[in-house]
Design a protein around this ligand. Structure first.
Ligand code: NG1
Length: 464
């Protein structure tokens, strides 16, 4: 198996990134450099936007940006990769987005978010050159790495010092909100792990308030990332499929809130599902399960049934929670989606305990159950991911699951260090050669499997 080989670039004038910057912006002052890593989520999928915990690790793949102040309010973005064409825009109170899918939108998101947070009134320009080696559209958080790196670059241009004027926790929250600019309704996992993650450890992240707990990794096991070769880019249809998760969870909240009102004859706001366990209610897992049973009486619910239960019109439901999300033919899968949230929350807590106890078998089983739940209760898997996890388990993985948003992208596999070669060879043969040769491959990659190694959280590189 090909190992992840990361070429460490040192911040000196011979650094290819600094050279590229100097060629692209011959009149600019000496640039600074910042970086943000990718991430792998070990467990806790599609829970972050409900305020429920996740357990990711940083990845030693990253986005780097060399940047300097630009002229007037002009922001210029360049990258070595022809897939990322030159992009420029005027920094202002309102920054109109580029067409969906444009990489510039991720940088615009960070700049716009920070402008709003700091109530910026004089809008500086920036010259930036971006490079990176995180596979894109793979569920490894390349998009948030770009948002975080662009955010760090712009903070420096604004003269705001990370860790001194603004904490990592605050920045993670600002940038999580800022990324909604691109149209996805994600939670805060990615920005949090990218900024709070550490080398050599996983991180259990809780939300509202945001906090990160360091969790040890297993010594004799590795996490192997395998790409399904299905591109999972969150634009267009894929963005809709992703948003179906957060939007239908808002319906669940509304229905549960109504049930609480009936049960306790009082109004308790349930802004997100996590409010059931915390805040005023402080319910146990069993109580939450029973509340779900009463609020969501059937496996699927149509818009009409939901409207009746909430005593409002279907138009009102659309206006408040759904926007233009299409109603599935036989109604929304609310019950199983709620089940996924509850069980995945429990699995994240159990996975943290398993890691702390050094119990690889238990962690593997939790990963397998998480995958089953993502596939059958949350509908974010696809035939290729199903084949890949099945083959990985046959090849010796103690646990195999999709990682990230799903619908393609990567799986994460827990494999004993003594089995790595054999595992790699078997997955190569059975999935990439046999299974995928019968399908239309949607993405070509120089490497399809990598051994995940962690890296430090995002930050600036010291000038040489
Ligand atoms: P990826 O896999 O990077 O697209 C997305 C969301 C996360 C989380 C996961 C599913 C964004 C930026 N990221 O991650 O917040 O919801 O899906 O667990 O939207």
């Amino acid at each position: 198996m090909r190992e992840l080989s990361f070429q460490m670039i040192i911040n000196d004038p011979a650094d290819p990134l600094l050279k590229a910057f100097a060629m692209a912006y011959p009149r600019a002052s000496a640039p600074r450099v910042c970086r943000a890593p990718g991430r792998i989520n070990l467990i806790g999928e599609h829970t972050d936007y409900n305020g429920l915990p996740v357990l990711p690790v940083t990845l030693d793949r990253e986005i780097r940006i060399a940047f300097a102040g630009g002229s007037d309010s002009l922001v210029q973005l360049r990258a070595g990769d022809p897939g990322f064409p030159f992009c420029q825009f005027n920094n202002a109170a309102s920054i109109p987005p580029s067409p969906p899918g444009s990489w510039g939108n991720y940088c615009k998101a960070a700049i716009h978010g920070l402008n709003e947070y700091f109530r910026v009134t004089t809008f500086p320009g920036m010259d930036a050159y971006v490079s990176g080696n995180i596979p894109i559209a793979a569920g490894l958080s390349s998009s948030s790495a770009l948002v975080v790196a662009a955010g760090l670059a712009y903070l420096a241009i604004l003269g705001i010092r990370l860790d001194e004027d603004l904490s990592r926790l605050e920045l993670a929250q600002v940038l999580a909100e800022a990324e909604h600019y691109v149209g996805t309704r994600g939670g805060g996992m990615d920005q949090a792990i990218l900024l709070l993650g550490e080398e050599g450890a996983a991180c259990k992240i809780d939300f509202f308030p945001l906090r990160a707990e360091k969790v040890p990794l297993l010594t004799d096991y590795s996490f192997i990332v395998c790409h399904s070769l299905v591109r999972a880019e969150k634009t267009g249809d894929m963005m809709h499929r992703y948003n179906e998760g957060p939007l239908t969870c808002r319906l669940i909240c509304a229905l549960v809130e109504r049930q609480v009102q009936t049960d306790f004859d009082s109004t308790v706001e349930i802004a997100r599902l996590a409010d059931l366990w915390h805040g005023h209610l402080c319910l146990t897992h069993e109580e939450v399960q029973s509340l779900f049973d009463r609020s969501l009486p059937t496996e699927r619910m149509t818009l009409k049934q939901i409207a009746q239960r909430l005593n409002i019109t279907t138009e009102e439901i659309r206006r408040r929670w759904l926007g233009d999300l299409k109603e599935p033919e036989r109604g929304f899968h609310l019950r199983s989606r709620a089940r996924h949230q509850l069980t995945e929350y429990q699995r994240v807590e159990a996975a943290r305990d398993a890691l702390q106890a050094g119990d690889a078998d238990e962690l593997g089983q939790l990963m397998n159950r998480s995958h089953e739940s993502c596939a059958t209760d949350y509908y974010v898997s696809c035939p290729e991911l199903e084949a890949l996890v099945a083959i990985a388990r046959e090849a010796g993985a103690l646990g195999a699951r999709l990682t990230g948003a799903g619908f393609g992208g990567c799986t994460v596999n827990l494999v004993h260090n003594g089995l790595l070669e054999q595992f790699g060879a078997e997955v190569e043969r059975k999935y990439y050669h046999a299974f995928m040769s019968r399908r239309q491959q949607t993405v070509e990659l120089p490497e399809r499997m990598l051994i995940a190694r962690t890296s430090a959280g995002a930050g600036y590189l010291a000038p040489s």
